[in-house]
Design a protein around this ligand. Structure first.
Ligand code: MG
Length: 230
């Protein structure tokens, strides 16, 4: 006697298992308040900014650029960056949907982490203001930082889960998506304005598995497409 069960392949019907979500902070859990182009201009100078920007269409890696500078020049650059970050902290706002998403993950006992290129002080302040903890929460002090996969692999081993059971979520294609894909995790790009639809981003090496325009959309996506297990 034949049954229809065999026609349904488990590979098709089984949802991928997800045990943890790792978030970028700036522009993902918080509303973008740092004017990055203005920061880059001030650190690099107008001429150098224009030159570097034309060479790196997917975005400027400012920390990487200043790493090779002389200590004096580097110190000045970090001061400028710290100023911009401080202004950002003063105006810190939680991303719409972040609370709902985190509460949803909490209800499913799904782990939450942060990987940011911002400083630890900013992460601590954010968690305090947000009233929710992320663990681990890796900041700029953890080297190497995104887009290197090391911080995400560190989170996975800390959680004792496989990278393919984790999703990296962020608003940066060059940092968050690249970090996620390099580590072997799911990568979700938060693109609120659709700026990544532009043709200049179509031939990048690391493409996201998912793209959402809000964290509310991500919540539905997780609920629908994944088997959320602690
Ligand atoms: Mg970001």
């Amino acid at each position: 006697m034949t049954t229809s069960v065999s026609a349904v392949s488990p590979a098709v019907t089984a949802k991928a298992r997800l045990r943890g979500v790792v978030f970028d902070m700036d522009g993902t859990l918080t509303v973008p308040v740092i004017d990055f182009p203005a920061m880059y201009r001030e650190v690099l100078g107008e001429e150098e900014y224009v030159r570097i920007k034309s060479q790196s269409p997917s975005g400027i890696d400012i920390l990487h650029h200043i790493e090779t500078w002389s200590p004096d020049k580097q110190k000045r650059a970090y001061e400028i960056i710290a100023d911009f970050e401080k202004q950002g902290l003063d105006r810190l706002q939680i991303m719409p949907g972040a609370s709902e998403l985190c509460e949803f993950l909490e209800s499913k006992n799904i782990r939450r982490g942060i990987i940011t290129r911002n400083v630890k002080e900013a992460v601590d302040l954010f968690q305090k203001r947000f009233g929710m903890t992320f663990s681990p929460a890796l900041s700029r002090e953890f080297r190497p930082y995104k887009p290197h996969p090391a911080p995400l692999l560190h989170v996975c081993s800390n959680w004792e889960v496989q990278p393919n059971e984790v999703m990296m979520v962020g608003d940066s294609l060059k940092d968050d998506v690249a970090c996620g894909k390099r580590a072997g995790a799911f990568a979700c790009l938060l693109d609120e304005t659709g700026r990544y639809n532009s043709p200049q981003y179509q031939n990048v090496e690391f493409k996201p598995d998912y793209k959402v325009s809000s964290l509310f959309e991500l919540l539905s996506l997780l609920e629908k497409n994944f088997n959320l297990i602690a």
